[in-house]
Ligand binder design. Structure first.
Ligand code: SF4
Length: 63
């Protein structure tokens, strides 16, 4: 699984961070930082929830 993040679409709302703060973090620079772009399979449900929480469609998962 790979997390795909479109920086051009991200509005830095932090909704993904609210769902999965261990992997998504709005930095001091105001930009989203994703700690692990290829999280283990047992995190798929949580990563999908973070994707679904994004209001701008900036996140997606690839197999
Ligand atoms: S929820 Fe979407 S728009 Fe908000 S910080 Fe995360 S990727 Fe960006």
């Amino acid at each position: 699984m790979r997390i795909v993040h479109d920086e051009n679409v991200c509005a830095s709302t932090g909704m993904c961070e609210a769902v999965a703060p261990d992997n998504f973090e709005i930095g001091d620079d105001g930009a989203l930082h994703i700690h692990n772009l290829t999280p283990p399979e047992d995190q798929r449900e949580l990563m999908q929830a973070a994707v679904d929480a994004c209001p701008t469609g900036a996140l997606s998962l690839e197999d």
